[in-house]
Write a protein that binds this ligand. Structure first.
Ligand SMILES: C[S@@+](CC[C@H](N)C(=O)[O-])C[C@H]1O[C@@H](n2cnc3c(N)ncnc32)[C@H](O)[C@@H]1O
Length: 300
């Protein structure tokens, strides 16, 4: 009897562990666990995913490029960029003349993005930061994308709200919603199609269109309502805002972006990744001495 109970307990533990760590990828245990798992997986991520370049172009690069074709120099944000899949698909498009900012909480995924996106580094900025607190001014981006990420964040609605905040009116939102056989075991992370559509409409998005994509994901498009304004490529220091005190702009001396109001400094790592998730304090003296880079030079 006792052994039977132990066996059932063990089985439950294995099922629970499999659900939490494999299916939900640590999502219900918090961003630290999710990040730990992605840091661990980073070297194998591209091998596991086996992205097909033609498929990536057909479903991502081409349609997004077309959605932005009327904007001479669009600025795009990719949230949870991982190894830079979306930036690579978009920057590969000859018609796309803009720039991309990719943000992720796994530093190792970003390190791989640096390597894989080498041909596009001039037009791609990579930022280490949590998607729950986007370090950008409102209405900054012409498009905001987020592929296969929302279900791994503790509050997908809050992340969506952040993405809509930084998207300019008239800008394009492209996100995924988890569907398929595992979606039912991801409560409050994956949404039924009508619920997801309603959620986006509540967030002031129009022309919401849900497109079947992969077995596990829908692609969902929307446009932020309002009179078009903002957007366009600008120096990153003008788009960034301090996550601690919300001051904008964040001047850069090439080695760090420093907040003139609260003196927090966000280093630029040797591989070029801007480490917003690793702030340090700059003394008032250091701040006074900091030369700010002219706007032209500090472009992405
Ligand atoms: C399945 S991968 C998707 C990566 C990429 N978008 C793609 O389609 O290949 C999920 C990514 O979301 C990132 N992520 C998870 N939670 C995050 C958070 N709170 N903030 C930023 N990134 C997060 C992970 O580090 C990981 O790189």
């Amino acid at each position: 009897m006792a052994w039977g109970l132990v066996a059932i307990g063990l089985l439950l533990l294995i099922v629970l562990g499999y659900w939490q760590m494999i299916v939900a990828e640590g999502s219900y245990l918090g961003p630290r666990v999710v990040t730990f798992l992605y840091d661990l997986t980073a070297p194998a991520y591209e091998r596991i995913k086996q992205f097909d370049p033609g498929y990536e172009q057909w479903f991502l690069g081409l349609p997004l490029g077309q959605a932005l074709e009327k904007i001479p120099s669009p600025l795009v944000l990719d949230v949870g960029t991982g190894t830079g899949r979306l930036p690579r698909a978009l920057l590969f498009q000859p018609a796309f003349r803009g720039q991309v900012v990719g943000i992720d909480l796994s530093r190792r995924m970003l390190a791989h993005a640096v390597q894989l996106a080498q041909p596009y580094r001039e037009r791609l900025a990579l930022i280490w930061q949590d998607a729950q607190d986007l370090p950008f001014e409102a209405n900054s981006f012409d498009a905001v994308t987020c592929l296969e990420v929302l279900e791994f964040t503790p509050h997908p609605q809050a992340v969506l709200r952040e993405m809509v905040r930084v998207l300019r009116p008239g800008g394009v939102l492209l996100v995924t919603n988890r569907v398929g056989k595992d979606a039912w075991v991801l409560p409050r992370r994956a949404f039924a199609r009508p619920d997801f559509e309603a959620l986006l409409r509540e967030l002031d998005l129009e022309n919401v269109r849900i497109q079947s994509w992969q077995a596990d994901y829908d692609l969902v498009w929307g446009v932020k309502s309002g009179v078009p304004r903002g957007g366009g490529v600008r120096p990153l220091s003008q788009v960034l805002r301090c996550p601690a005190c919300h001051h904008n702009p964040l001047p850069s001396d090439g080695t760090a972006f420093t907040c003139p109001r609260c003196a927090l400094s966000y280093p630029v790592a040797p591989d070029g990744v801007i480490e917003i998730a690793r702030p340090s304090h700059k003394s008032v003296l250091e701040q006074r001495e900091q030369p700010t880079i002219p706007a032209e030079e500090s472009r992405i």
